[in-house]
Design a protein around this ligand. Structure first.
Ligand code: ATP
Length: 314
């Protein structure tokens, strides 16, 4: 089983208790571990895979809480870094009009330092780049680009999730698109939400969006569409693989559970050609990843709700 190195942010989400209040009104907050690449590492570990988290937290109690959480889930945190800067914090609430109110205090996640010693252990493994905060600058952004380069020279399978957050890129979507392009170009697999596929391609229709994004470079595309299923596009073939029916209570982390489950299955393949083109094989994997995503919506929280192998039937 190959290792899956998940690079990016791990942070505290302070979620306002009372829905319907904005951050001016909110008084009580629940502390939750957050960060898409960290969730992906947890999803892989929970399925019995080798999820390795590569990111930075502060040398403070929040950083300790976050790393303990990952460790409990079975994630390898030996490559995680700690910095003097405080752990990154996000405060979130859902106001009465359904709008998200959001305050972001960016701290240690941006301080991840590139580690050239890693090159030795990367060979033939999988690199997953989750970009919610990585493209916002800091040494993380530099490290991110260097790990992509390492992965290319070490014949790794590269996966990219742009994790577009409107709150973070409000008036600067063009910069986001520009910064994502080299990653879409070099990755073997890209996981987009429908909104991301549309934004990054400039096309409304998901099929046309895939065509544009394949032209940028990536061979395999999944466009996740919540209860509407996942569009898989590869080597000229496209198919929407249906979601399973559930009663969702919290959709946070469904996308991370999806990509985590897909990468877990890919990590179990033998000596794959990084550009493998077996559509039926991938279709079957995406169907299972859809189950992982759906199950995650049936419980609160991104990490707690992640499914086990038995729940998915793999
Ligand atoms: P995230 O909010 O984690 O970034 P995302 O937008 O990347 O999520 P979604 O499309 O919400 O990803 O969910 C990923 C996958 O989880 C979907 O492709 C689907 O298989 C499953 N899923 C999500 N929501 C539902 C739902 N309401 N019913 C059934 N399956 C769902």
């Amino acid at each position: 089983m190959k290792k899956v190195f998940c690079v990016g942010e791990l942070l505290i989400d302070f979620v306002a208790e009372r829905q319907g209040s904005n951050l001016v009104q909110a008084t009580d907050f629940t502390k939750k571990a957050g960060g898409a690449p960290a969730n992906v590492a947890c999803a892989i570990a929970k399925l019995g895979g080798r999820g390795i988290f590569l990111g930075c937290v502060g040398n403070d109690p929040f950083g300790t809480f976050l790393l303990d959480t990952l460790k409990k889930e079975g994630v390898d945190i030996s490559l995680a870094q700690r910095s003097k800067t405080f752990t990154t914090l996000a405060f979130v609430s859902l106001a009465e009009d359904g709008e998200r109110d959001f305050v972001f205090c960016r701290g240690a996640d941006k301080a991840l330092e590139y580690d050239p010693n890693l090159r030795k252990i990367l060979h033939g493994n999988i690199l997953h780049l989750g970009a919610a905060t990585a493209l916002l600058g800091g040494s993380l952004e530099k490290a991110y680009g260097k790990y992509l380069f390492d992965a290319l020279t070490k014949e790794m399978f590269i996966s990219f999730d742009p994790n577009f957050r409107r709150d973070l890129w409000k008036d600067d979507e063009d910069t986001f698109i520009k910064k994502c392009t080299p990653f879409i170009e070099k990755s073997h697999l890209c996981k987009f939400s429908l909104e991301e596929a549309q934004l990054l391609s400039g096309k409304k229709d998901p099929n046309e969006a895939c065509d544009v994004l394949h032209e940028v470079g990536t061979k395999i595309i999944t466009v996740t569409m919540g209860s509407e299923g996942t569009l898989l596009s590869m080597a000229g073939t496209k198919k929407t693989i249906p979601s399973i029916e559930v009663s969702p209570v919290d959709t946070t982390g469904a996308g991370d559970a999806f990509i985590g489950c897909l990468l877990y299955q890919i990590s179990g393949l033998g000596n794959f050609d990084p550009a493998f083109e077996d559509f039926a094989l991938l279709e079957n994997m995406v169907a299972k990843a859809n189950v992982a995503g759906a199950i995650t919506t049936t419980n609160y929280g991104a990490i707690v709700a992640l499914p086990t192998k038995d729940q998915i039937g793999i």
